[in-house]
Design a protein around this ligand. Structure first.
Ligand code: IMP
Ligand code: MG
Length: 172
């Protein structure tokens, strides 16, 4: 397996700072903000983003599974871990690693809306628009990429490569 870097660490970090500014401009300066990371892939992004925002935020996580351990979706969405914070009346930002088919995110958005947040938006480091099967709004996107399987910056292949500071295509 070889790794072809498509987005460098410097490019990621510059984009994180820009996304943090974008979010700060779009969120009210008063009222509770909850950054809701989708485990496991969002862990480096939410750590960098939450610090780059430089304002008072709460951080929580959900885990939703739609993929097995390989490269293809099973089409089944399951909540494996729910958030702990009561999000009613708060400004919720779903923090995702990647939006691929949109299946995970469309289910999560619908579920969270039933809990009456004051607002709900999504920030995803990556988006594969060509792979979309479920239309779902993604308000803030780091990078749009082609329909390729990528790893790094939280994204895994069989639980490996999440700790790479860059994003790469895995080539056999
Ligand atoms: P969905 O198809 O939009 O529901 O994507 C579900 C999840 O699949 C994402 O949150 C990722 O965890 C994973 N995923 C999708 N595309 C890739 C990829 O290129 N590399 C690694 N994981 C991916
Ligand atoms: Mg994910």
């Amino acid at each position: 397996m070889a790794l072809d870097i498509i987005i460098t660490e410097d490019q990621i970090q510059a984009r994180v700072r820009a996304l943090a500014d974008e979010l700060n401009q779009n969120l009210p300066s008063d009222g509770a903000v909850v950054l809701l990371g989708v485990l496991k892939g969002s862990y480096p992004f939410i750590a960098d983003l939450s610090r780059a925002m430089g304002r008072d935020v709460m951080v929580d996580f959900v885990q939703v599974s739609s993929y097995g351990s390989g490269k293809s979706s099973t089409g089944v969405v399951q909540i494996k871990k729910d958030h702990d914070i009561n999000i009613e009346g708060t400004h919720v930002v779903i923090v995702e690693d990647i939006v691929d088919t949109g299946l995970t995110l469309s289910h999560l958005r619908q579920l969270l809306l039933t809990r009456h947040p004051a607002s709900l938006r999504v920030v995803s480091m990556l988006s594969k628009p060509a792979a979309r099967e479920h239309s779902v709004p993604v308000e803030h996107v780091g990078f749009e990429i082609e329909n390729l399987f990528v790893v790094g910056y939280g994204l895994d292949y069989a639980e490996r490569y999440r700790n790479l500071p860059f994003i790469a295509v895995l080539r056999e």
